[in-house]
Design a protein around this ligand. Structure first.
Ligand code: PNS
Length: 164
C-alpha cells in the first residue's frame, strides 16, 4: 500500500481565519493527513494576540469534524519540523500578487535548506482574498464585526480577549 500523503500547512494563525480554514479544507482533496503547524518563530514579526497554545486549541476546535486534520506547534525551522515528521509537501495560501514575493523567497530558501521539500501554493475562495489575520485582529480590537471572517470557536475567544 502507498504511504499516506502527509501535508503540512504552516503559519502563525493568530488567529485562524475562514481564509485559512478554506485552504486547509481544500488540501484534504489531495492530502491523506493534514498537519496545521503553528510556528513559534515567524519570519515576519507581528504583534501577537494569542499564545501558540491558544492558537493550537482554537484550530483544533475548528476541525473537530475532520479526523484527517492534526494540529501541531513547532519551533525552529519549518524544514526541520517537516523532516522530523516525514512530510515533504508544504502548502501555503496565496491571496494576491502582494503575497507572492515573500512566499517565493521563503519557498526557495526552504528548498535550498532541504531539496526534498515541495511547496504548493493554493488560492482561497475569491470571497476570502482580502482577509488576513492581522486585519481580523485590528477590526476586532476596534469593535468591528468579524463574525463573517472567523469560525465560532475563534470568534468566542476573540470576544473574550477583546472586551469592549
Ligand atoms: O502566517 P505567516 O506568519 O505568514 O507564516 C510564516 C511561517 C510561519 C510559515 C514562516 O515564518 C516559517 O516557516 N517560520 C518557521 C521558521 C523558518 O523556517 N524560517 C525560515 C523560512 S524560509
Amino acid at each position: 500500500m502507498a504511504e499516506p500523503r502527509v501535508v503540512v500547512y504552516p503559519g502563525s494563525f493568530d488567529p485562524l481565519t475562514l481564509g485559512h480554514e478554506d485552504i486547509a479544507r481544500r488540501c484534504l482533496r489531495f492530502a491523506d493527513k493534514l498537519i496545521v503547524a503553528v510556528a513559534r518563530t515567524a519570519t515576519q514579526q507581528k504583534d501577537r494576540l494569542f499564545s501558540v497554545e491558544e492558537r493550537v486549541a482554537m484550530i483544533e476546535e475548528c476541525f473537530t469534524d475532520e479526523p484527517r486534520v492534526e494540529v501541531a506547534e513547532f519551533s525552529g525551522l519549518l524544514v526541520d519540523f517537516c523532516r522530523k515528521i516525514g512530510a515533504q509537501i508544504v502548502v501555503r495560501g496565496l491571496r494576491a500578487v502582494s503575497d507572492f514575493e515573500y512566499e517565493f523567497q521563503m519557498a526557495l530558501m526552504n528548498r535550498s535548506l532541504w531539496p526534498e521539500l515541495e511547496m504548493v501554493f493554493m488560492a482561497p475562495a475569491g470571497k476570502y482574498t482580502f482577509l488576513s489575520a492581522s486585519l481580523v485582529r485590528e477590526v476586532a480590537s476596534l469593535g468591528g464585526d468579524i463574525s463573517r471572517f472567523v469560525s465560532p470557536p475563534v470568534l468566542r475567544r476573540l470576544e473574550e480577549r477583546i472586551d469592549h
